[in-house]
Design a protein around this ligand. Structure first.
Ligand code: UDX
Length: 474
């Protein structure tokens, strides 16, 4: 049996909350701390706060027993052997990460340390942050022998966060003292030793007892750079395939075939080669900017990252141009929009390409009926209903009598739509898909004009030829 360790997790956002319940799931006792009293009360009362697969069942199982929620960081610090910092690191105006929350937490922890603690940085932070945390704690009068600082970056993706946490490709621990390495090793032992995967009711995924995840011990600075470099590299892959998709469009090649062809090279791999309207979310845009800014600060030329950002921004403008060319003019057109979240299976709209597209389309004078399976409430906070914008309760309602239907998020629900029903619902059977969810041949056979990314436009089987330009139906 692995040892049960007392852990505090500071921050109850996507990373903190998921880490807290997953640590409980692998046998540890967790205190989850947040300074937002309303959030803590909601979590104590049974709310899950975010839309995340497996989170409701785990919260149900561990809430108020193996996972306690509190606003009291001092008490949590005194009780825990390891304190994980998982607070936000938003982007500052200059592009680098704003570390004021991390600093505030470090200082507060320092004021309550009364025995040896390992302080673990889990938020994505620039290299040298751990050094600053160490100094902040020392400045608050804590002796060096009473604490270690460790970098343990989290690689979970929203939507599959619980599964990613429990079935990671790797666990990175940047630590430089034997005590800290030992404690982090013990925390992850149920995963790295394979024990968890034999547990009754264990959440399934790619790891099992015979192929458990690897724990990679590195220096603290390497671990910090691994996190930024991983996200920047994935963003680069997406921008690369988006640039290739533009070339495919210009030459009437098919980017799906090209992505498959290059992805089969095991040195490249098939993942993160899906073209679309650009990456978004709370990590890639912020982390690419922060990594570029870190390179700048050290005088390193990393203009490659600026190009990644440029391609990402231009992808949305290209999509807008596609909508315009399909509809001739935009002013006064009624559009259905499927998807508000930055990607499928999440309710997160932070830096969502869809939200930005809707803003651009509204500015062009379109009216929009939008639908998302989970992100409507959050979207309504930033894009309230009005004369030009309303929200539908189903995909079919969003498609009702519109001049074209735009697909902006890759929800599985959209892949599974009844397409013949959708065809009957639309005023004009035009689908402009920013996520390549459907097969162009099948869409043409169903009578749609189907415009996607990096693939030739498919025209209705019966009316092959140029694009149908809709006028108002008499
Ligand atoms: C990302 C990283 O994957 C994860 O390791 C890290 O911990 C946090 O940042 P996340 O932002 O949750 O996770 O989502 P991810 O699935 O990586 O997608 C990010 C964005 O890229 C989304 O907007 C998605 O739609 C887009 N994307 C992803 C593509 O456009 N094409 C792809 O092939 C993959």
């Amino acid at each position: 049996m692995s040892e049960s360790i007392s852990i505090a997790v500071v921050g109850s956002g996507y990373v903190g909350l998921v880490a807290a319940v997953c640590f409980a799931e692998i046998g540890h006792t967790v205190i989850c701390v947040d300074n937002d009293e309303r959030k803590v009360a909601a979590l104590q009362g049974g709310d899950t706060l975010i839309h995340e697969n497996h989170l409701p069942e785990l919260l149900n199982r561990y809430r108020n027993n193996r996972v306690r929620f509190t606003t009291d960081l001092a008490e949590a610090t005194r009780e825990a052997q390891a304190i994980f910092i998982a607070v936000g690191t938003p982007q500052s105006e200059t592009g680098d990460a704003d570390l004021s929350y991390v600093e505030a937490v470090a200082c507060e922890i320092a004021r309550s340390i009364d025995s040896y603690k390992v302080i673990v940085e889990k938020s994505t932070v620039p290299v040298y942050t751990n050094e600053w945390i160490r100094r902040a704690i020392e400045r608050n009068g804590v002796e060096q022998r009473l604490f270690d600082v460790v970098s343990n970056p989290e690689f979970l993706r929203e939507g599959t966060a619980v599964e990613d946490f429990l079935h990671p490709d790797r666990i990175v621990v940047g630590a430089d003292t034997p005590e800290a390495i030992k404690l982090l090793g013990a925390i992850y032992e149920p995963l790295t030793g394979g024990e968890y995967y034999n547990q009754t009711g264990a959440i399934g995924g790619c790891c099992n007892a015979s192929t458990p995840p690897v724990l990679l011990n590195t220096s603290i600075k390497s671990a910090e750079i691994i996190k930024h470099a991983s996200n920047a590299f994935l963003a680069l892959k997406i921008s690369f395939i988006n640039a290739v998709s533009n070339l495919c469009e210009a030459t009437e090649a098919n980017v799906e075939q090209v992505a498959k062809g290059i992805g089969l090279d095991s040195r490249i791999g098939p993942k993160f080669l899906r073209p679309g309207i650009g990456y978004g979310g709370s990590c890639f845009p912020k982390d690419v900017a922060a990594f570029r800014s870190v390179a700048d600060q050290f005088g390193i030329n990393f203009n490659l990252l600026s190009e990644v950002e440029n391609i990402n921004a231009s992808q949305k403008r290209r999509f807008l141009a596609k909508v315009r060319s399909a509809l001739w003019t935009l002013r006064g057109k009624k559009l259905g929009v499927l998807g508000l979240a930055f990607k499928g299976e999440t309710d997160d709209i932070r830096d969502s390409p869809s939200i930005e597209m809707i803003r651009m389309l509204l500015a062009e004078g379109c009216s929009i009926v939008a639908y998302d399976p989970a992100a409507k409430e959050r979207a309504m906070e930033v894009l309230p209903e009005g004369k030009q914008l309303s929200y539908a309760d189903t995909a079919y309602d969003a498609a009702k009598d519109v001049d074209a239907l735009l697909v902006l998020t890759d929800w599985t629900e959209f892949v599974e739509l009844d397409l013949p029903r959708l065809h009957k619902t639309l005023r004009y059977p035009i689908v402009i898909d920013g996520r390549n969810l459907y097969d162009p041949g099948a869409m043409a056979a169903l009578g749609f004009t189907y415009i996607s990314v990096g693939r030739p436009t498919a025209h209705p089987a019966r009316e092959s030829g140029s694009l149908t330009t809709p006028g108002r139906r008499a």
